[in-house]
Design a protein around this ligand. Structure first.
Ligand code: ZN
Length: 439
């Protein structure tokens, strides 16, 4: 299959259902920045796409950071002295603050309350909290559950371990005709949270599956890493290879009903920035494009000044702008199959721009060539589609002085890239333009 046919070959209903099904499979796993939950998640991804799994030992220096101790948890509870289990980790893994140190003892309720986090204005939602770089323990409860703790004392247990081990991440590499790479990165470090975390994993896995089925100009590298420390670790171990990254995308919060939001790379005018904005503009849907800012996800590391990689970030509703963010309400109902499928489609359209973006030279630059004689002008009265195709040909001919890419032409003409690329292909077939160089 040609790359150009791929965005239309992936059926949105089927793709959406598959991605949501994968999300539901990963949802119960308790993930963190290290530990067996990440390994299990990577194993499931590895059942779908070729995945290399890397283990980096605790204590490894990565730029200004150190790979932390590995955290694992088997269970946790708050029990009344009568033996009733009031809070149980097995019912919801958000109940324990991520990276909690182990504890098991009887405790007065006043002391226990100092280690409990709730959302007072959302009575039934459980917050998501972590304490990665500061040894602590705690429970997260709904406000309603906290209000029910009326006894003087409770039996509490967090059966966790925090010890030397590894940081684990997964990497899927799809070789293309060129060593130049497109990087797709998503984090795999949140427990049962769907939009902020698993939506990115599901779309990245579906993208890798789709891209594996077509011939590609670029090589594609997919990273499934713990947020922040994972991208820092990957960059520290691959510093000699990053110059091959020509375009990149961080995927997060890509399954909610909100409009697509694209956050530009630090460069601001990288080809991926212009390509994504172009695709969103012609999508027929509302969208938002944001300039880079040094807060958010792993684009912070890829776009740090020592790397300054052309890596943007794709979201729907950005983190912090939907009330379910980092709570138990970021669940399988918030993320819907049709929005995952829509995100997948927009990524494929953008990659199609990157794959087919070329610079052409008009071989007949003095006045317009006679298109009718070559059968390139349709008979009078042709439909609107033909008129757009003809207009696209005129744009390509006029702009192809060897300095402008097809994306430049599409932006200037305000025509969809695919229409402009098809016009260029026709002109090329008729010997009217030649390719100057791969952009
Ligand atoms: Zn998050």
């Amino acid at each position: 299959m040609r790359f150009a046919d791929l965005p239309h070959a992936v059926g949105p209903d089927q793709a959406g259902k598959e991605m949501h099904g994968f999300l539901a499979e990963l949802y119960p796993i308790c993930r963190s920045i290290t530990g067996n939950g990440v390994r299990e998640t990577l194993d499931r991804i590895g059942e779908r796409i070729p995945l290399e799994i890397e283990e980096v030992p605790t204590g490894t220096s990565v730029f200004d950071w150190t790979v932390p101790m590995e955290w694992n948890i088997r269970g946790a509870y708050i029990e009344s002295l009568r033996g009733e289990r009031i809070i149980d980790f097995s019912e919801c893994n958000l109940h324990v603050v991520g990276y909690s140190t182990p504890i098991r003892r009887r405790m007065p309720v006043a002391e226990l309350r100092e280690h409990i986090f709730t959302l007072p204005d959302r009575h039934d939602w459980i917050p998501y909290r972590t304490s990665y770089y500061n040894e602590a323990w705690g429970f997260c409860l709904s406000q309603r559950q906290l209000d029910e703790l009326r006894d003087e004392e409770y039996e509490i247990c967090i059966d966790s371990t925090l010890e030397n081990g590894h940081l684990t991440y997964g990497e899927c590499y799809l070789a293309g005709e060129q060593p130049d790479e497109v990087l797709v990165s998503c984090h795999v470090c949140h427990p049962s949270l769907c939009n902020d975390n698993l939506s990115g994993v599901a779309v990245a896995t579906a993208l890798a599956t789709a891209l594996a089925s077509v011939s590609r100009r670029y090589s594609y590298r997919f990273l499934f890493i713990p947020g922040t420390i994972g991208s820092i670790t990957w960059l520290a171990r691959n510093e000699d290879r990053v110059s091959q990254i020509k375009h990149g995308l961080v995927l997060t919060c890509v399954g909610d009903p909100g409009d697509s939001t694209y956050k530009r790379s630090r460069r601001g005018d990288a080809e991926i920035d212009r390509a994504f904005e172009h695709v969103l503009r012609h999508s027929g849907n509302g969208y938002e494009v944001q300039d880079f800012f040094p807060y958010g996800y792993d684009e912070r590391q890829y776009c740090s000044p020592g790397f300054d990689l052309p890596v943007g970030c794709l979201m729907r509703t950005p983190h912090g702008r939907f009330p379910e963010y980092h709570t138990s309400a970021d669940n399988l109902e918030l993320v819907r199959p049709e929005y995952l499928a829509d995100t997948l489609h927009k990524c494929l359209l953008t990659f199609d721009v990157l794959e087919r973006n070329r610079t052409y030279l008009n071989l007949n630059p003095k006045c317009e060539p006679q298109l009718g004689r070559r059968g390139l002008y349709q008979a009078i009265g042709g439909g609107a589609d033909h008129r757009i195709e003809e207009l696209a040909m005129l744009w390509v001919l006029n702009q192809s002085d060897g300095s402008k890419t097809l994306l430049d032409v599409a932006v200037k003409a305000d025509l969809p890239f695919a229409t402009v690329a098809r016009a260029a292909e026709m002109l090329h077939e008729h010997g009217l333009v030649e390719e100057v160089s791969a952009s």
